[in-house]
Design a protein around this ligand. Structure first.
Ligand code: GLN
Length: 189
C-alpha cells in the first residue's frame, strides 16, 4: 500500500476486512516482498513530489515491469498514466493511457453514480468521484471495465495494471478490492 499521502488507511481497512496483510510503503525498501501494490486517492502533485523525495519512482516502475499487480485509484490512476494533459505532475508512465486531472469540471467535481463494472456482471456498483481524473487516451491493449452513461471510461485494465477514476476505498463495498485481489493472486495474463 503506497502510504506517502492520501486515503491509504481506507484501502487498508477494506483489505484487512478481506483478510489481506498490508505493508505501508514509504521508502523503497518497503516494497521488498510486496505481492501487489495499491496507490490510493489523494493529491497527485504531492505523490509525485514525495516519490521523488523518497526515491520511490524507479522501484515502482521496476516492480510494474516485473509483473507486480498495481492498482491506482483517482490520484493513484493519475500516477499510473503514460502521459497527462498537463505538464505537471510527472506520472510514473506504467499504463498506456492518457489522463486529464480534474476532468469532470468544477460544478460537478464530486459526485456518486451507479456503474456497471463488467467483472461484477450485471449488478450495479455505486462509485464515488472526487475531483476525479478522466481517461483521454486508451492504448490498444487497455481494456475498459466501466464507463459512465455518456461512454467515458472510468475503470481500465492492462494486464497486471488496473486503474479507477473513482474511489472504491470510500464506502463499504469491497467488491472491487476483491476483484483486484483475485486477479493479483492469479498472476498476470
Ligand atoms: N484531483 C486530484 C489530483 O489531481 C485527485 C483527487 C483524488 O484523488 N480524489 O491529484
Amino acid at each position: 500500500m503506497l502510504a506517502v499521502q492520501g486515503d491509504f488507511a481506507e484501502h487498508i481497512a477494506i483489505l484487512k476486512q478481506l483478510g489481506v496483510d498490508t505493508v505501508e510503503v514509504r521508502l523503497p525498501g518497503d516494497l521488498d516482498g510486496v505481492d501487489a501494490l495499491v496507490m490510493p486517492g489523494g493529491e497527485s502533485t504531492t505523490f509525485s513530489y514525495l516519490m521523488d523525495l523518497y526515491n520511490l519512482r524507479e522501484p515502482i516502475v521496476e516492480a510494474a515491469s516485473g509483473g507486480t499487480p498495481i492498482w491506482g485509484t483517482c490520484a493513484g490512476m493519475i500516477m499510473m498514466a503514460r502521459e497527462l494533459t498537463e505538464k505537471f505532475p510527472e506520472p510514473l508512465g506504467l499504463m498506456d493511457i492518457g489522463v486529464a486531472r480534474n476532468a469532470f469540471g468544477r460544478q460537478v467535481d464530486s459526485f456518486e453514480t451507479d456503474l456497471r463494472f463488467s467483472p461484477l456482471g450485471d449488478d450495479s456498483y455505486r462509485a464515488i468521484f472526487i475531483r476525479a481524473p478522466g481517461i483521454v487516451r486508451l492504448g490498444d491493449d487497455v481494456q475498459v471495465l466501466a464507463q459512465l452513461s455518456d461512454g467515458r471510461p472510468v475503470a481500465v485494465r492492462q494486464g497486471s495494471l488496473f486503474a479507477t477514476s473513482f474511489h472504491p476505498e470510500l464506502g463499504d463495498d469491497p467488491r472491487i478490492h476483491q476483484y483486484f485481489l483475485t486477479f493479483a493472486a492469479q498472476g498476470t495474463n
